[in-house]
Write a new protein. Structure first.
Length: 397
């Protein structure tokens, strides 16, 4: 039999989705599984967004421009303008989800063997994107004791080599929910200017900031040619299946390069662009109620977690994730045990092991990520179930 490529062999599986078979088996046994493992919002996709697709009429479903529909890109400039970000529509390339934006950024900015520094824990799929682009992820570790604040500048300086081409952050952060401050972003700006690095900023959760506001990397002065923003409608409008994202930069040379990758895949999805364009026209107060709902979920989750003996969970400032340290021996074993061997009143919890969000071996073994994408009643029941599980878990430490 022909052998698959080395790239195919080393491509990491999703640490978030690997437990799905165990959850499915638990459900077949009649166990209710509370899914706090994945960032799939339960907030309904706005009706005007879906209606825009339902009511669309055209004789031919054509390719769009490789950069995305001009009408959508022009409308996106008004969206960014609401945050004080001035852009031209030609500085935006619409992508098939935020994932493609990240891959395009890696492919256009880094050569095989080049390095990208990422504060860990980080979104697990960055590892997969790096394998696809044949670049090396260099982690800089942040700690749960500081709430996963930006590591000291000295830690970044120690990691920079002639192969370093970029720093990647997610703000607000997945998986920690940490919201980077203006001071921290200015530190990153200075590092990137000093070493002539790209600053990649994944801003998928821009609207979901509960303790302060999100400063976009596009607002950093003096870094116009270095900043590349990755964006998506998935979480913002609860439209994960739409697969519409964007790569945004003011660097003309980089845009020309990314366009060639965009042309190679022809065009982003047409129906989803129609939906995304309609989303920009939602009322200005659309996010008020959603933010309030997520904040109340965060407050309940963090409160209940910190009431459990041996558990510590810092209060996340944004997104809809929280990382917690549990009194367990191994997060992977514990998360599988919850689904295979435990239930309380025919209920259990599905979580994401912390190990999948670290590049440094051995880290995250006592940490798990919670996605507070369920309603308050479900979160409350899930926390009661988790508390009961920790009382009887054989590997409690």
């Amino acid at each position: 039999m022909p052998k698959i490529s080395q790239r195919g062999q080393i491509m990491p599986p999703s640490p978030i989705r690997k437990l799905v078979p165990y959850a499915e088996a638990a459900k077949k046994k009649g166990v209710t599984v509370y899914h706090l493992n994945i960032g799939q919002p339960d907030i309904e996709t706005p009706k005007p967004v879906l209606d825009a697709v339902r009511n669309s009429h055209f004789p031919i479903l054509e390719y769009s421009h490789s950069a995305g529909n001009e009408s959508y890109r022009r409308k996106l400039t008004t969206y960014y303008g609401r945050f004080g970000i001035s852009l031209d529509h030609n500085q935006i390339i619409v992508t098939t989800g935020g994932s493609e934006a990240i891959i395009f950024g890696f492919m256009a900015c880094l050569d095989p063997g080049d390095e990208v520094i990422i504060p860990e824990p980080f979104y697990a799929n960055y590892n997969g994107f790096a394998v696809e682009a044949e670049v090396k992820v260099v982690p800089v570790t942040s700690g749960i004791d500081s709430g996963f604040a930006l590591p000291p500048i000295a830690d970044f300086e120690q990691k920079i080599t002639p192969k370093t081409k970029a720093i990647l952050i997610c703000n607000p952060n997945n998986p920690t929910g940490y919201l980077y401050s203006t001071e921290e972003l200015n530190i990153l700006r200075d590092i990137c200017k000093k070493h002539n690095l790209f600053l990649f900023s994944d801003e998928a959760y821009r609207e979901f900031a509960y303790d302060g506001t999100t400063l976009s990397a596009l607002q950093l002065e003096g870094l116009e040619d270095n900043v590349v923003v990755f964006d998506t409608i998935s979480k913002r409008y609860s439209a994960c299946g739409g697969r519409i994202g964007a790569l945004v930069t003011r660097n003309k040379t980089l845009l020309d390069s990314v366009m060639k990758f965009a042309q190679a895949r022809l065009s982003p999805p047409s129906f989803a662009q129609i939906a995304a364009e309609a989303a920009v026209d939602l009322p200005a107060d659309y996010f008020d109620g959603i933010k309030a709902e997520y904040k109340s979920r965060r407050d309940l989750l963090v409160k209940r977690l910190n009431e459990i003996p041996g558990v510590f969970c810092p209060n996340p400032g944004g997104a809809f994730y929280a990382m917690a340290k549990l009194p367990i021996d191994d997060a992977d074993k514990f998360c599988q045990w919850l689904l295979e061997d435990f239930s309380h009143e025919q209920q259990t919890v599905m979580l994401s092991p912390g190990t999948g969000f670290y590049a440094t071996a051995g880290l995250g073994k006592q940490e798990v990520r919670f996605a507070y994408v369920l309603n308050l009643a479900s979160i409350d029941k899930a926390m009661t179930t988790l508390s009961k599980a920790l009382e009887v878990y054989p590997g409690r430490s």
